[in-house]
Design a protein around this ligand. Structure first.
Ligand code: ADE
Length: 505
């Protein structure tokens, strides 16, 4: 690849002689030329600028000087012997046939250009010659870019970011480095391109560490044990989770552009933990908020509870039995009682911006802004002033042991009474997030045994609970609308920290 930089400060570009770019130039992998624009001036003062036509502050770079320089450089020989034809005669706008032969791109760095991204770098890395026209002052007369474009030269006005530099040189250096390192042989280890930020994953790179393992109070053995495990699959998952967490925090715009079809279950769970949900079939992830339920949620919550409960019922139950159960246990009155009771923690998952209908579906499939798509209820076994337990708390099965907390703290049991997610958003990591939230809430309450009953036939739910750290301890019978169902009983002891697979630190 031939690189030409035209500038009035050739010394500014001396840094290109250093490091990997300098070595690539010395080894012939790149063919780097830096030109002084003033070599194409003809007056005694070597003038390159003039006042703006139409008035205004500053100076504008002269098209005649730039034209003379670029005519020569665009015609320069390429490594490998290809010689450029002179730029063609300008043709009418909209009729700009590209020149045939080697691909030459005239890059004009400018804060008003389109934004230079990794995609731009990848594209430019495929060119045979890049010519950087570095403007100073108020920029280069706009006819210069227009002329070469009309002659069939590929012209790109590019900005490296939303800030203004004193000239195009620093921007050209940035672009040259980003492009050159993508050329074969320029980087020592081409693998490093694959995983870095802005590579094909659409995510920022995960944090990286090296020895010593413990440094100034940061001990990776404590904070990043997975990285020291030697388990490549777990390391890869952990790093991907961290890349997702970091991108969600720093560049939510990148998360909003991910394609759910390219995400696996672990990715979806990591996204949900970080405030995004990527349902299969959706065009892109949408924001997700997991928060305590408030009075204003009551109507939507009752509707969600009534809609989601039947999904978890065994097929042996009739619709009437299910309806009878909902009427008593998931009524707006019951939920209102729970909202008022400090011993009950109701958490909801909300889509603050809603969810557009999947591509090809009607708007009926869309969810409105503020839609509730999941909820959990934790009921603590605490007596009120009248000696009564919270409404709707199931009898604790004998298989559930309730140990005292650390340092002899009081034993306290709570039932994880509900975790339900709208069927349209299944497998999107919302249940896991609601569970993690419930565990963290009961941990703060000093609960020493969090138990639940779930239908014995519902393997999917049991797997999700196991993933969250619950272990099966027994069974119970549970009545739904007068019909007796067999439940599995599972327990988690929040004070005994179980590993939560897939959690990033
Ligand atoms: N010249 C001045 N500011 C610039 C920017 N942000 N990007 C590219 N070229 C520039």
């Amino acid at each position: 690849m031939r690189l030409d930089v035209v500038t009035i400060f050739p010394d500014y570009l001396r840094v290109l002689d250093l490091s990997l770019i300098g070595r690539a130039d010395a080894e012939g992998l790149l063919d780097l030329h830096v030109h002084d624009l003033r070599d194409w001036t003809h007056d005694r003062h070597r003038t390159v600028d003039d006042t703006p036509i139409g008035g205004g502050a500053g100076m504008v770079m002269k098209p005649d000087v730039w034209g003379a320089a670029l005519d020569d450089i665009v015609c320069a020989a390429l490594p490998g012997g290809a010689v450029a034809k002179a730029p063609g005669t300008p043709v009418a706008e909209g009729d700009q046939a590209r020149q045939e032969g080697p691909r030459r791109v005239l890059v004009i760095p400018a804060p008003s250009g389109e934004v230079f991204t990794q995609r731009t770098a990848e594209d430019l890395a495929g060119a045979d010659q890049l010519i950087f026209a570095c403007g100073r002052y108020e920029g280069i007369d706009a006819r210069v870019g227009a002329y070469y474009a009309a002659c069939g030269v590929e012209v790109r006005e590019l900005s490296i970011g939303d800030y203004v530099l004193n000239g195009g040189e620093a921007a050209a250096l940035v672009m040259i480095e980003a492009v050159a390192r993508l050329r074969p042989g320029v980087l020592g280890n081409p693998e490093s391109i694959v995983e870095e930020s802005h590579a094909g994953t659409g995510l920022l790179e995960y944090p990286v560490y090296t020895r010593p393992v413990a440094w100034r109070g940061y001990d990776l053995a404590a904070t990043e044990p997975v990285l020291l495990s030697g388990d490549h699959a777990r390391v890869a998952r952990h790093r991907r989770d961290q890349a997702i967490a970091r991108t969600a925090e720093r560049r939510p715009d990148l998360i909003a552009r991910l394609r759910p079809a390219e995400l696996d279950a672990g990715d979806r769970a990591a996204l949900a933990r970080n405030g995004w949900v990527a349902p299969a079939g959706a065009a892109h992830p949408v924001p997700l908020v997991v928060r305590p339920a408030v009075d204003g949620d009551l109507v939507a919550l009752a509707d969600l509870a009534a809609r989601t409960f039947p999904d978890a019922c065994p097929s042996s139950l009739t619709p009437e039995q299910i309806a009878a159960h909902i009427a008593v246990n998931l009524s707006p009155q019951r939920l209102a009682l729970w909202l008022e009771d400090p011993r009950v923690v109701l958490t909801v998952a909300e889509l603050p911006q809603g969810l557009p209908a999947p591509p090809g579906e009607t708007d009926a499939e869309a969810l409105p802004a503020g839609a509730l798509v999941g909820y959990s209820a934790v009921v603590a076994e605490i007596l009120d002033a009248d000696g009564a337990l919270p409404a709707g708390l199931d009898p604790r099965p004998p298989a559930v042991s309730v140990p005292p907390g650390p340092d002899g703290a009081q034993a306290l049991a709570a039932e994880l009474s509900k975790v339900y997610v709208d069927a349209r958003l299944r497998s999107a990591g919302i249940a896991a997030t609601l569970l993690a939230e419930a565990v963290s809430v009961v941990d703060n309450m000093g609960v020493t045994a969090l138990w639940l009953g779930t239908n014995a036939a519902n393997r999917r739910a049991q797997k999700a609970y196991r993933h969250a750290g619950f272990r099966k301890v027994g069974t119970r019978t549970y009545e739904v609308g007068g019909s007796r169902c067999r439940d599995v009983v599972m327990v988690l002891h929040p004070q005994v920290k179980l590993p939560r697979p897939g959690r990033s630190g």
